[in-house]
Design a protein around this ligand. Structure first.
Ligand code: SF4
Length: 175
């Protein structure tokens, strides 16, 4: 079970998407310098299929749902992503994790984006070109003869305003 504290519709956390970001509490990571330390507490409302679908219905016009946190229960994160894809196949799904590696419970078939890495005060958030964090986006590439296959690409530079390859930029969270 995971709980959420609040939600926000943003344009920054998942570039090129209008995202309903759901801030999940119970964060086990305790990154030094965390600007959202309240998220370490076991607070908020239960995030289950019913509350998730209600939040989506209350935010018509979004193109993406961002599950922000939930490292304490990756199996639940995976299940929530599966629920979204089954009920709202038109929506993209992203996950912000504070871990360095994806846990085995995550099936990337249910995700379009994911962010890995704890917050490191000296390295900064995704918007800092020196960041230790990585943001991945699903794309398609030609695999073997003519079959297209989904793959994830490290597109962290999307967040760097001065990078020549940047398609979009701007993120405010350190999570
Ligand atoms: S920065 Fe993010 S992952 Fe790290 S403790 Fe804070 S909420 Fe958790």
């Amino acid at each position: 079970m995971v709980k959420y504290v609040d939600t926000l519709v943003t344009f920054a956390e998942f570039p090129n998407e209008i995202s309903l970001c759901i801030n999940i509490s119970g964060c086990p990571n305790h990154c030094p310098g965390c600007h959202s330390s309240y998220l370490a507490q076991d607070i908020g409302e239960v995030l289950n299929k019913e509350s998730l679908f209600r939040l989506i219905e209350e935010n018509k016009g979004i193109s993406c749902v961002g599950l922000m946190g939930g490292d304490q229960a990756p199996n639940t994160i995976n299940w929530l992503a599966k629920c979204i894809k089954e009920q709202y196949p038109e929506l993209k799904v992203g996950w912000y994790s504070g871990k360095d590696k994806l846990p085995p419970e995550i099936n990337l078939d249910y995700f379009d984006f994911y962010k890995l890495g704890p917050y490191n005060e000296e390295r900064g958030p995704l918007t800092n070109p020196n960041t230790n964090q990585h943001f991945y986006s699903k794309g398609k590439h030609l695999h073997k003869i003519s079959a297209y296959k989904d793959s994830f690409y490290d597109v962290t530079n999307w967040f760097w305003k001065n990078d020549t390859n940047t398609e979009t930029a701007g993120i405010s969270t350190e999570s």
